[in-house]
Design a protein around this ligand. Sequence first.
Ligand code: GBH
Length: 469
Amino acid sequence: MFPRDFVWGAATSAYQIEGGWQADGKGASIWDTFCHEKSGVFENQNGDVACNSYELWNKDLECIQQLGLTHYRLSFSWSRLLPDGTPKNVNQRGVQYYNRVINDLLACKVSVMVTLYHFDLPQAIQNLGGWKSPGVAALFNDYAKFCFETFGDRVKLWITINEPHTCAKLGHEVGLHAPGLKEKGTAAYMVGHNMLRAHAMAWHSYNSVYRATQKGEVSLALNSDWFEPLDPSCHEDVTSAERDLAFTLGWFAWPIFVTGDYPDIMRSAIETQSKMMGYSGDMRLPRFSKDDPPVLGTADFFALNYYTSRKVTSGGCGDQMLSMKRDLNVEEVLDPSWPVCGVSWLAVVPCGLRKLLKYIKDVFNNPKVYITENGFAQVGPVQIEDVDRCEFYKSTISEVAKAMEEDGVNVCGYFAWSLMDNFEWADGFSVRFGLFHVDFSDAELSRTIYQSGQEYAKIIAKSKSASPI
Ligand code: GBH
């Protein structure tokens, strides 16, 4: 049973749904560039049009209402609001667009969670060095302040940055995401560091300038799989799973929720490899500077994106060169009993969410938690009657209930990823995460509810009517 004020949401992000990539004065983002340069996205697809939510917002609002959501999580396109990335030039048409979205939602009694950054850095800032450059933190802070100032009278839940881990790793180490860098073993740690600095500066801005009047809350969304030892009785497997958690969730959660610095396990693994490889450059995992605002304590709640789980054993890293993979030095395997849905990385493990929630409660001092993303992918022929996904949502939500009732985790809300099928990054439109199907071959981009959308709507309605107090 969920409390009456439980948050039931669905999430999207700007580049994945909006389209209008150069409409009304929007500046380019690194995803516009990445796709147009044909950098390896499925069939060279791009988000130029996507779900065209820039023009079809009313359709999205109908979907949101049909589900009975209490909250909608969307992201702002930084370069739609500030085409060159700075508040020196404000694109008023962009401001109008998001004002309309927010006002329409509130008029329908749907609250808003806004993510300021979901992978789409203004290209103008990339040209200055992007997330690798220390100066990006102050630029992000200016953008965040602009958004708090402009929209904070109505937006009470803010996510500064979505998945710094994914941005750092896929964007700068693996090169699967924009800006497509493959600077193994170095850039990702710098990027993660600057994202933490940027987040902390924005949180302090909110805290000192806006909190008293706007009374909202600010955090960042961290993604992590649940990692557990392949053989719990094997010491090496146990420490490998700990290392995986430290390098994924701990990388960002430790500085913010625990010590103000990176996990010791992570720092020592990286230093050991630097020595072993005779690495003579700067320290790869930076130290937090006294000249920056402190990062410890800069989250008003814990925002978790959870998709899957892994069994972990030691070693297995064949990398000869410096790399994150070599630093981490684990092998991840899937339990044969876990079904894999659509994409190869997504083993369906609802009980992993419960375990991860318990871990967060225990390790990060029992924070309020919002599950800001969780979902199930479909590939191949479209199945509107997506029974697997219905089962997935039912069992996942029942694991969340158990985490709350039996483990005492303070979960405040759940956001399904995603409201509708959209541009799934490197997988283009070939992977569908929606509660609504979007027909990308139809000029109208018509939205049709999946059976799983109906199921989610039922769960929400039931929870709203059955709730105690
Ligand atoms: C989320 O990331 C994103 O926030 C969201 O925008 C996206 O649509 C959603 O996932 C679904 O993918 O390709 O083998 O290197 C989830 C965390 C981390 C999951 C990176 C996929 C890449 C595996 N993601 N991981 S691989």
